[in-house]
Write a protein that binds this ligand. Sequence first.
Ligand SMILES: CC(C)(COP(=O)(O)OP(=O)(O)OC[C@H]1O[C@@H](n2cnc3c(N)ncnc32)[C@H](O)[C@@H]1OP(=O)(O)O)[C@@H](O)C(=O)NCCC(=O)NCCS
Length: 388
Amino acid sequence: MTTDQPPTIPIDVPARHGLLSVLFSEAVTPDTRLQCSKLSGSAFGKSLSAPQFLEREALLGTHPLAVGTRWRFWNLTLAEASAGNDDDNEEGAKVVALCKTLHRDLLIRDERGTRREQGYCLCSVVTDDEYRGRGLASVLLGKVAEWMDGEGGAVASMLYSDVGDFYVSKGWDMLDALQSTLTVPPSLAPGEKSAKLPTTRLLDADEIPALAERDIQDLETEFRNADLSPDTTLLTVLPTPDMISWLQTRADFMNTKLAGQTPKAKGSICESAGAWVYWFHDLHARKLTIQRVKLPQTQTQAGELATIQAVGALLLSAVEEAARWKTTKAVIWNPGPEIRGATRYLAEEFGIGVEEERRETKNIPCLRWRGDEKKRTRVWPNEYYAWS
Ligand SMILES: CC(C)(COP(=O)(O)OP(=O)(O)OC[C@H]1O[C@@H](n2cnc3c(N)ncnc32)[C@H](O)[C@@H]1OP(=O)(O)O)[C@@H](O)C(=O)NCCC(=O)NCCS
């Protein structure tokens, strides 16, 4: 049990057939955490078997992004001990609703300057299907928001909604959910075409921490120098080494279990331009996801073509990597003008299919400021690396 465990709070939720008495608490005993993981698996673990899902939970729980109290499980249990729990192997009250908070390092620039702050990603929001539609998820989110605003010390939190604007009435605002999808062509252009582009090489996992630290330093400089109107706040989740490796660890696990192999290359770098990308493979869904595109540091107008070619070379190496693993597409979230310029270049010069779209229903990023404060905010970069 953690020493800073918040107290258990009894709540009566008005329901159609009278009050439902539940307890809000953090799940800290192995037993309740197991119940939570099982409930989580029932909603989000579809491609894994139940034991595989639990194994993934255990693995991710040891990751540096999650250790200690960085990954907290919050739950509502039925108020009467053991009430409704029909699983003979489990003791204690039945978990009827769950969500998790996972640590985030935020970078913020506002009228007070540029600084790092504590934040969270809220994930795995689920209510036992027998108890849905009674307001349990709403109550749980309210309590967790209260904790984040107070003891949790967060200035802001993000989540990724699969349930439309459900979270809007709970304080979260929906952000842009744009994406570009590159389709791997039946055959890639011959070498002389790519000879026009700057050289890239593939990245191993152990090279990423140092690059991520460089990326963070450059982002801090970019934030400090940003031309920002006084009423706007600039915010990003920092692409820390732990952030990047969390998703790669998760993907390695999935690829091992579902495809029996784990690709070694985790990204690509164009050293001459000081630009790189990180990615992870989903061999089962035949998709490569680009977590982060680190642009060349100096982007003058004269260097526009050079930037497009450097980013184009990196994205081409992502498409080549996707082709090597017989995956069909590479996806980038919220591409800026340089990335869109590079994807257009790849379409024209290399015949790579590019689709630009707005996600309407899946993985919509949402942001909530402490105390439901509403302020004009630009979240940038808002790429896949921050997803959980
Ligand atoms: C979404 C979920 C957590 C809601 O739990 P709940 O305890 O029934 O929620 P509440 O009773 O507090 O609120 C029900 C609300 O959820 C909305 N909702 C439920 N499923 C939804 C869906 N698939 N799409 C959009 N809205 C949905 C209902 O319309 C209702 O909206 P209202 O508050 O405006 O009336 C639950 O349906 C669930 O566990 N779904 C499966 C897991 C999931 O998709 N989680 C969200 C991932 S981002």
